[in-house]
Design a binder for this molecule. Sequence first.
Ligand SMILES: Nc1ncnc2c1ncn2[C@@H]1O[C@H](COP(=O)(O)OP(=O)(O)O)[C@@H](O)[C@H]1O
Ligand SMILES: [Mg+2]
Length: 361
Amino acid sequence: MAEQHVVVENLVKTYPGAATPSVDHVSFSLPKGEMLALLGPSGCGKTTILRMIAGLIDPTGGAIRVNGREISQTPVHKRNMGMVFQAYALFPHMSVAENVAFGLEMRGIPKSERAAKVARALDMVKLGALGDRKVTQLSGGQQQRAAIARSLVIEPELLLLDEPLSNLDAKLRDEMRDEIRDIQSRTGVTAIFVTHDQDEALSMADRLAVMSAGRLEQIGTPRQIFDAPATEFVAGFIGAGNFLSGRVTAPGEAEIEGLGPMRFAAPDPGVAVGNRVKLMVRPHRFTLAQPALAQTGPNSFTGRVETLVYRGQVLTLGVDVGGKRLTADLHTHAGHLPARGETVTLAVAPEDVTFLSGAAA
Ligand SMILES: Nc1ncnc2c1ncn2[C@@H]1O[C@H](COP(=O)(O)OP(=O)(O)O)[C@@H](O)[C@H]1O
Ligand SMILES: [Mg+2]
């Protein structure tokens, strides 16, 4: 099988004088045209990975291949990477078109060819009419679009975006999310997008690579990451969850401390009876059992509603079950909505219980 467009293999970066690596044996690959989000908390090594791919810093170890060719030793100006950063890094004294043309000029593209390429790049980001403006006369969103046009005009092998939305206000950020996604899919450029924002990553990327403390925790589609987190870290970083510990009493069933029996769809047949397990239930996976049907069998938990937060489409309940707090998100169209102080029974299907880990007791 042909190698993927971009391959990162066992990439390591230890900054001079640092005791531990900032990037610790990270491997992933992308097919042509994919948008991958590198997601994780501040300081986990995302920017460091991007800068190594761009050629701005040298890896301590590992390989970076593009189209099957190792590029770790290739100087930055020969890698043909398009880069977009949090701060737009546009030249304020130049017009928008001059900014976009700059990279072409640097690459020695003759003037006769530049104008058409610049016009096409500006059209791509819907700035076709604003080429003559000074950069300082653009709004924040327009400046970021100009920065994207500047990185696309060179027809980059790979587009690298480092938190490109974090300087924009909330409303503009949402618009630019769609915009960037749209530009990326229209151009078909392979892209790596760095963000610490889980919503951004889930909504924009074809796949997510979730990082923690220099290591890659999991890579997968937004749905895989959200519905089948591989580690406790990923489960906690992406979305809300009820984290439950217990002990396996039968295959696919555990006794949860303080709650009672819970069946789960265990992907790991190696988890033996008597082992300790960690399970997770997303709040929206709970449903309200009808009082008449409420029973104390597995996967149904009866308790008192302590908190209620109305969020429009969902109602978030905090339910006290024998001293343990469960969080449930109910759709507000779901008939009866409970009140504070009411006794309710929450139910969850075994296949909606995520198995996180198991270990010998
Ligand atoms: N130039 C540098 N010199 C030394 N340490 C650095 C340098 N740049 C980043 N680091 C450290 O490497 C780690 C990862 O940083 P970074 O890649 O910027 O993370 P992120 O982009 O995920 O926030 C952090 O602990 C940071 O302090
Ligand atoms: Mg960063």
